[in-house]
Design a protein around this ligand. Structure first.
Ligand code: DGL
Length: 266
């Protein structure tokens, strides 16, 4: 069997990244790990995010993956350098591909970024965007309530609209023409955000950005070999499956719960 692509996220939201990668690489086997026992990572400290990310990466590295995709923006923002020390296989996070797409898209160099508290606090997007486009003006805003709203399935609910209006009001006088959706869950709120931004701002979806970037690293093959994706979670397969269904349109299988703290610690 072909070596799989490994993807991890703090939970179920990274399935937006899985979906974009699957669409781009239908003949690849993918192993997905969602750390549903310890989600959310967004409000946690840098040390904890790094510790959890290393454990997640180690779990996938045991599965003979050929490339590791860090779907979680918060892990990508905070832990990527530490993860790169673990292995020689390519490790890609969402920050650089998303930043590249944002700099390609902007015409007035005013770029907005939304993400979890951890992602925004790290300034990872600011640094990555500035390294490509030094004259960029970046305006960032943490939107922590978006994650639970998406997990509740409230994609177009009045409550989500009020919350989104409140957060996005920050951008009213910033004249941004591009907004990075710097969190796994935010692509699911795309149409709501687009409406609130009056369809005037280009929305950068980090899931699409990473799939596009992967195409520069991995040839797209058409193979007749059967494809087998596998899904692992650290807690509550049933809840994962339920939210996964509205992200993917189908329930993913097989889903297996793996025990934390047994084999992962040295
Ligand atoms: N996966 C996280 C991210 O993309 C969102 C959920 C969390 O806070 O863990 O930043």
């Amino acid at each position: 069997m072909k070596q799989p692509i490994g993807i991890f996220d703090s939970g179920v939201g990274g399935l937006t990244v899985y979906k974009a990668i699957k669409r781009a690489f239908p003949a690849e086997n993918i192993i997905y790990f969602g750390d549903t026992a310890r989600v959310p990572y967004g409000p946690k400290s840098e040390n904890t995010i790094i510790e959890y990310s290393i454990q997640n990466a180690r779990f996938l590295l045991q599965k003979d993956i050929k490339i590791l995709v860090v779907a979680c923006n918060t892990s990508s923002a905070v832990a990527l350098q530490e993860l790169e020390k673990l292995t020689d296989i390519p490790i890609i996070g969402v920050i650089k591909p998303g930043s590249k797409l944002a700099t390609d898209s902007t015409h007035n160099n005013h770029i907005g970024v939304i993400g979890t508290e951890g992602t925004i606090r790290s300034e990872a997007y600011n640094k990555a965007i500035k390294s490509i486009l030094p004259e960029a003006e970046i305006f960032s805003c943490a939107c922590p309530l978006f994650v639970p709203l998406v997990e509740e399935g409230w994609l177009n609910h009045p409550v989500s609209r009020i919350v989104a209006e409140e957060y996005l009001n920050f951008f009213k006088d910033k004249e941004i023409d591009t907004l990075v959706l710097g969190c796994t869950h935010y692509p699911l709120l795309k149409s709501l955000i687009d409406e609130i931004m009056e369809h005037k701002v280009k929305l950068i979806d980090s899931a699409d950005a990473i799939a596009l970037h992967l195409k520069t690293l991995l040839p797209v093959e058409s193979s007749t070999e059967p494809v087998m994706d596998r899904f692992y979670v650290s807690d509550n397969e049933a809840k994962f499956s339920q939210i996964a269904e509205y992200i993917l349109g189908v329930q993913p299988t097989p889903i297996k719960r793996v025990r934390l703290y047994e084999s992962w610690f040295e």
